[in-house]
Write a protein of this length. Sequence first.
Length: 67
Amino acid sequence: MDASTPHWFTSSFSPGNGNGCIEVAFLPDDTVGVRDTKDRTRPALVVSPAAWAAFLTATSTDRFGAR
């Protein structure tokens, strides 16, 4: 695989049934891409590594609250 081509992956917790999952890729410029698996034609959300780390921390500590 070309190193300039991102490798998109889903969480191991993803049900894999097409019901609203996201994919993540660590991009060549050291940013993190996030996209919707249901519509891969739309542009990915691109965030800094610090923003991605803050998001992961917030979700792992349930700062968003379970619904």
